[in-house]
Write a protein that binds this ligand. Structure first.
Ligand code: SF4
Length: 375
């Protein structure tokens, strides 16, 4: 099982909290699509025997591409690699790009899953975020997508926003539940360095939520979505009736994935690579037939720690059978596991280690306690 991630490094405007890689200069979109196709062709010489189960357009804002550009990219994947007949093709999109005409075109291209960046149903929040859409666009995007026949919708929403009360957050949750998406991703606002948000926070112009407020909102998220029939299958991801993101699930389970585009990461179980997060450098290198990548060979310890870090965030936990093939922990490690088990923060079976609901609140701290450092 493997997947293909394609990073589209363009956005309509810069959201105030975002540190992802993108440009607001769209003059060279065609050139970028050609370069992405060229990278797909270059990597196909070493990524042989793939049978992609998933293709994921992330960004940036993939919905900014024209249908012709998206078609070209899908064709390039299919002409260079084997692609499963039942491939999941996800397109991340901004609500203001989701016109009925665009939605129909995406469906015709074979896109069968949309991840819509709603973020908030309140215009006052969307304004300071500098999102390119209004609250009404979010609602219309979902309604139009359903009318066009998309039956795999994932909605992104954020909590921990400045001034957000628990009541406001619950209202947001009820609003999203009323739209009945198959999947919801909910992220806590983080203040990233070198963003407008970080400047405003330093200058005292905006105050972000306290840790207590964030925890309270996270707990409301879990309990509200659970009672509405959503399963929390990863700390930030919720699905109805097993409608998990196949792409992200295979990533969390440690499957291979090809990463294409500026700033994209790829992983083939023994090594990881990441492309330069610079559009100009990326274009120039690809034109010369070179991959603008940094490669890291992963030691068994790296792979052990990574499996713990990612696996503990999911309902499947981490497979101890797989872990112990990489590194044999000492008795002290088993004692740490037992201590957490005694505190009802994790459950250990013969096959795996899974966090309890209470443990998920402390997932990062528990994972780092279970890391094993190479001597
Ligand atoms: S649309 Fe997404 S990637 Fe683009 S600036 Fe906003 S948050 Fe960042």
């Amino acid at each position: 099982m493997s997947g293909c991630y394609i990073h589209i490094p363009f956005c309509a405007q810069k959201c105030s909290y975002c540190d992802f890689h993108f440009s607001t200069n769209h003059a060279y979109q065609d050139e970028m699509v050609d370069a992405l196709c060229a990278e797909l062709a270059i990597r196909s010489t070493t990524w042989t025997n793939e049978n992609f189960q998933t293709i994921y357009f992330g960004g940036g804002t993939p919905s900014i591409l024209t249908s012709v550009q998206l078609q070209k990219l899908i064709d390039c994947v299919k002409s260079n690699y084997q692609v499963s007949d039942s491939v999941e093709i996800t397109l991340e999109c901004n609500p203001d790009d989701c016109s009925p005409a665009h939605l129909i075109a995406w469906k015709e291209l074979g896109v069968n899953r949309l991840s819509i960046g709603i973020q908030s149903f309140h215009d006052h929040q969307l304004e300071w975020m500098n999102r390119s859409h209004k609250a009404a666009d979010g609602l219309n995007a979902v309604l139009h997508a359903k009318e066009v026949g998309f039956d795999e919708l994932s909605l992104d929403i954020m909590y921990g926003l400045p001034g957000m009360t628990l009541e406001e957050w619950k209202e947001q949750l009820f609003g999203i539940i009323a739209l009945a998406p198959e999947h919801i991703s909910a992220y806590c606002l983080t203040v990233e360095q070198k963003t407008a948000l970080s400047k405003w926070v330093k200058e005292g112009k905006l105050t972000v939520s306290s840790n207590e407020q964030q925890s309270e909102q996270f707990e409301a998220l879990v309990t509200t979505l659970k009672s509405a029939g959503y399963e929390q299958y990863e700390i930030s991801n919720f699905a109805r009736e097993g409608k998990y993101s196949r792409h992200n699930t295979s990533y969390w389970k440690g499957a291979k994935y090809l990463g294409i585009g500026p700033s994209a990461h790829g992983f083939d179980q023994t090594k990881r690579y990441w492309n330069q997060a610079n559009n100009k450098v990326y274009l120039n290198e690809i034109k010369q037939g070179r991959l603008p990548e940094t490669v890291e060979i992963l030691s068994p310890f790296d792979r052990f720690n990574e499996a713990i870090m990612i696996g503990l965030r999911t309902k499947w936990g981490v497979s101890t059978t797989q872990l112990f093939k990489l590194v044999s922990p000492d008795p002290e490690w088993f004692q740490i596991v037992k201590d957490y088990e005694d505190k009802h923060l994790l459950i250990q079976t013969e096959e795996n280690i899974v966090l309890t609901e209470a443990g998920r609140l402390l997932a990062d701290a528990i994972a780092s306690d279970l890391f094993i450092l190479e001597n």
